[in-house]
Design a protein around this ligand. Structure first.
Ligand code: ADP
Ligand code: ASP
Ligand code: MG
Length: 409
């Protein structure tokens, strides 16, 4: 007998028939004698619709009310799954974030979990009742509903697994594991049996949305065993593990991409001490995250261009902040573009191997793809390229690093 957490993503609970299939899967574990917490997402497409409605009502929606609206999708699926379980004889009860409570800070729309009270659930689980928890949501200190950022049900699941001392946290989704790159774009992507926490963290933070970044962070910190698998087929998925559990280390184990990038160039700023602080200080104060940065060498020793990337949603605000600071920054003009993607090659083996970046640059050059910005970390090389080259670049890099599956089309 074990304690398990199972999380079902949007496609796994997309309609009533699928919810009934999920109920059968949960029943199997209950019949095997396990104690279960099940975490559900909203039906696929629902959260997008809810976000669109809040944006249509007001572009400046109060984040606390945004959370009231967008958290509602998970309430529906939690209730439906509890009903589906009861209908097949499995005792079950739904739980909203505020009912546990799952406590978060007050950063609406991107709240962080501060603690979870599992007293009631633990007692009921010991009696054989399944807890069906609405993912993605929590409650703030002043008892408002909060949400954990898009994809946040993964983080709800891992946090619950840590608090429940679960043996494993199974994340059921629409692919059967973590692949070397997004299998929806590269047909030759290969499923990984195992991936290290560190690589998974880098993959997620570079855009591979299969797991929310914070969920991996939390799994790593609390040593939660996470498995990513499909709710449509019955086979083992990918385990996220410690580095020492992987015997054969690849130099490059995966390639991630993010369409959520926008590029801003501040042209002809004076090349003097303090210019970077003058540009990025106000952006930071406005809560805008800057990712990649390049500063060109100044042509005449006086003026330079500063190029950087922000999330697509922040582009208008970032330009406004720079315009408001024009007197202070002193630049000629601002050029912005949202037709860009970031592609990152990732692998812990990079620490001890040279030439990974060079291979990336050469491969892209051979395809005639221009690199606009570059950034690196210990286990990652990332480039920004025009969006139209995404698929071509991903496929070429996937082959170049020897990641292609042998048997795929
Ligand atoms: P869910 O709704 O179950 O949370 P998501 O859409 O959030 O599912 O995440 C699953 C998706 O992640 C897949 O459909 C796939 O397109 C995408 N994805 C991106 N990179 C990868 C990768 N390296 N391995 C597997 N899936 C990936
Ligand atoms: N329903 C939320 C979203 O679409 C949370 C999740 O599915 O993880 O972002
Ligand atoms: Mg997701």
């Amino acid at each position: 007998m074990a304690r398990l957490v199972q999380k079902f993503g949007g496609t796994s609970v997309a309609d009533v028939d699928r919810i009934k299939i999920v109920a059968q899967r949960v029943k199997r574990e209950v019949d095997a004698g396990h104690e279960l917490i099940v975490v559900v997402s909203a039906m696929s497409g629902t959260t997008n619709q809810l976000v669109a409605w809040t944006n249509q009502t007001s572009e400046m929606a109060d984040p606390a009310e945004y959370d009231v609206v967008v958290s509602s999708g998970e309430q529906v699926t939690a209730g439906l799954l509890a009903i589906a379980l009861q209908a097949i004889g499995v005792p079950a009860r739904s739980w909203m974030g505020w009912q546990l409570p799952l406590k978060t800070d007050g950063a609406h729309a991107k709240a962080r979990i501060q603690g979870i009270d599992l007293e009631q659930i633990k007692a009921r689980a010991a009696q054989g009742e399944v807890a069906v928890v609405a993912g993605f949501q929590g409650a703030t200190e002043d008892r408002r509903i909060s949400t954990l950022g898009r994809g946040g049900s993964d983080t709800s699941a891992v946090a619950l697994a840590a608090a429940f001392d679960a043996e494993r946290c199974d994340i059921f989704t629409d692919v059967d594991g973590v692949y070397t790159t997004d299998p929806r774009i590269v047909a030759r992507a290969r499923k990984l049996d195992k991936i290290t926490y560190e690589e998974m963290l880098e993959m997620a933070s570079q855009g591979a949305k299969v797991l929310q970044t914070r969920s991996v962070e939390m799994a790593m910190n609390h040593r939660v065993r996470v498995q990513v698998l499909s709710s449509f087929v019955d086979r083992p998925g990918t385990m996220v593990v410690d580095e020492d559990e992987i015997l054969e280390k690849q130099v490059v184990s995966g390639i991630a991409y993010s369409r959520d990038e926008a590029k801003i160039t501040v042209a002809n700023v004076s090349d003097r001490p303090g210019v970077a602080a003058a540009i990025f200080g106000p952006l930071a104060d406005a809560g805008i995250n800057v990712d990649m940065i390049v500063q060109n060498v100044s042509r005449d020793g006086q003026a330079t261009d500063m190029t950087f990337t922000v999330g697509k949603a922040d582009i208008t605000r970032a330009v406004k902040v720079l315009e408001a600071n024009r007197d202070h920054v002193r630049y000629e003009r601002i050029v912005s573009s949202a037709d860009v993607v970031k592609i990152s090659v990732i692998g812990v083996g990079m620490r001890s191997h040279a030439g990974v970046a060079q291979k990336m640059f050469q491969t892209l050059a051979d395809k005639g793809i221009n690199i606009q910005v570059i950034s690196t970390s210990e286990i990652k090389v990332a480039v920004l390229v025009a969006e139209e080259y995404l698929e071509l670049a991903l496929r070429a890099l996937h082959s170049a690093y020897g990641l292609d599956a042998v048997d795929a089309a």
